[in-house]
Design a protein around this ligand. Structure first.
Ligand SMILES: [Zn+2]
Length: 333
């Protein structure tokens, strides 16, 4: 049973082509047995699949889309439409038992809707057995059944499964739309600007970052480290490495350090704040005394360190080397 579906296809933001493709199919009455919704995580694939399921079952559709008022639309909004099914991985995979249970359910006639609609969330998370059962369903689709496979990693699906589905492509959301959506959900405008540059076009990712207080804290810490770096002598550098080593979310702090350097490089190139991620506290960076030097080299050093730390290395030693090199890059010009 899906959760409450209140949205209509026309209300989906930033996916005009996908929505148009779906509405055209609905209007023409030629809806394929199976769709593959593909594109990055957190850009609206699942929402669109649910809106499509609702529209398919609407008894009084408007331009192909759900009316929002008929009994079927209301049941979907309440989250208890008997003909809309959602299959999500249990643990890390969609299990064969889940697919079998589904086969049994769609075998029954529809309760009241026009279509049995089945959403497969993270459809690529299927082992061979389950994938073969799904393939069978795709090869002999029950009448008036629409399967919607949703995946951010479609290449992981069997070729035979992919080829039996009509693809619908979802794209990363634009930064300006992300800002709007974040602000509508209560994020401050400054923070929304910042997160929209980090989230890779994914509202899901942006919201996850917005809700993660540690993430923003790590940004401050990263700037603190860089401020201290400009003043530190060799002894202080080594104790900074010891502190960094203890940092629970070291990777996040390093990512932020890299972004600070990236921002300075962008600023040097463009001479404007427009493309700077950390715009909201840019004054602090510009006020920094003694943070000059070869920032491109420094950025490269941080990214290399980040990669090295994923291997089984002496963490402290790698961090010491990084800070010493950053310090030296700071003297180059
Ligand atoms: Zn309706």
């Amino acid at each position: 049973m899906p959760n409450k579906i209140r949205i209509k296809l026309k209300e989906i933001r930033g996916q005009d082509l996908a929505v148009q493709q779906l509405l055209q199919a609905l209007q023409s009455g030629k809806v394929p047995h199976a769709y593959l919704f593909l594109g990055p995580d957190g850009v609206g694939k699942e929402t669109a699949a649910k809106a499509l399921a609702r529209a398919l079952n609407c008894t009084n559709p408007v331009g192909g889309d759900a009316c929002g008022m008929c009994l079927s639309c209301r049941r979907a909004a309440e989250g208890n439409h008997p003909d809309i099914h959602v299959l999500a991985p249990q643990g890390s995979v969609i299990k064969i038992d889940q697919v079998r249970e589904l086969q049994r359910q769609v075998g029954f006639s529809r309760y009241e809707g026009k279509y049995q609609v089945v959403l497969f969330l993270e459809a690529d998370r299927m082992k061979e057995e389950a994938a073969n059962a799904l393939l069978k369903l795709l090869e002999e689709p029950p009448e008036n059944t629409v399967l919607i496979l949703i995946s951010a990693k479609p290449a992981a699906l069997l070729q035979t499964i992919q080829s039996r589905c009509v693809p619908v492509r979802f794209v990363p959301l634009s930064p300006s739309l992300l800002v709007e959506l974040l602000v509508a959900r209560g994020t401050t405008a400054d923070q929304a600007e910042l997160l929209s540059g980090m989230a890779g076009g994914s509202i899901g990712q942006a919201l996850a970052l917005a809700g993660d207080a540690r993430y923003m804290e790590a940004r401050d810490q990263a700037l603190d480290y860089l401020e201290r770096l400009t003043r530190a002598d060799a002894y202080q550098l080594l104790s900074m490495a010891a502190e960094l080593e203890q940092q629970e979310d070291l990777a996040t702090v390093l990512d932020w350090m890299a972004r600070w350097y990236r921002d300075i490089l962008v600023w040097q190139q463009m001479g404007s704040e427009r493309l700077i991620l950390n715009r909201d506290c840019w004054d602090r960076v510009q006020g920094l005394k003694g943070w000059g030097g070869n920032h491109a080299l420094a950025l490269k050093e941080i990214l290399l360190t980040r990669r090295r730390l994923q291997e089984n290395v002496n963490k402290r030693l790698v961090l010491e080397a990084m800070l010493l090199r950053l310090k030296r890059a700071g003297r180059d010009s």
